[in-house]
Design a protein around this ligand. Sequence first.
Ligand code: SAM
Length: 280
Amino acid sequence: MLSYRHAFHAGNAADVLKHAILIQCLDYIGQKEKGYMYADTHSGAGLYHLSEGYAAQNGEWLSGAGRVIDETSEVWLLHRYREIIIPFWQNSKTYPGSSIIAARLMRPQDKAYCFELHPRDFELLHAELENDRRFKIIKADGPKGFVSLLPPPARRGCILIDPSYEIKSDYIDLQKHIAAALKRFSAGTYIIWYPLLARPDALSFPVSLMNLYQGNRCRIELQFSEKSPEERGMYGCGLVIYNPPWILQSVLEQDMPALAGLLNGTWFLEWEESARGDTD
Ligand code: SAM
């Protein structure tokens, strides 16, 4: 039974990091004319109202996207994030989730597969994107389902894996599915989000992910509160990215101080090149 609703958290600090980096990855893959596949294994509801409903109840966005909307410094990572996010805020006081961000950045030749299991969030996502012919919205288990889509016909793809980690076995199961995906398509850009939590499986997860793939990869983390001794207290989040755009390293090194400063956090970056020196 799924109880997580992303609407409570939409636009929070974790979304800012994830979406700012997703935008960089899609910008990069979209530089070549040839179409790419975007897969979103955990899509959420698509679009979130910030001034009413769940997001307004918690107000998490105020210490995330709210701070970026109001800021003026123009480092590239935040500049691109603001370019995508602000029109939604100005037009309808909404915040775009990952699939809507992708819809905004994709070209006619690109194709997206978005998975969502929660019945209500699936309905909302479907309503947002049903008329977009580039998108297929699928009510099925994302981590299992996306593997069968690989490799994409044009051998170009960006895959966002953004679970809610509601089930204890998620950490182990995800690694199995990601390993299966890599066997079919090792050249893709994989973006895997995880929470920073004081529990053994969560703490070892990013290390395991960095060991699961030996090609170019990186790990970027943002800690936005004191490490909590409680297993349920999320004190930050991170992303492991396989085959990140080469340009992302310098963007993160230059711009993460500004992003982390704005969100009152600290950041950490680990960047590993393929032992074989492969590049995309
Ligand atoms: N990716 C979204 C974004 O950035 O805007 C947020 C996704 S939210 C963190 C995780 C979503 O995954 C929830 O909407 C939840 O209902 C959904 N979910 C949980 N388990 C799933 C599964 N096995 N397959 C597909 N969706 C799942």
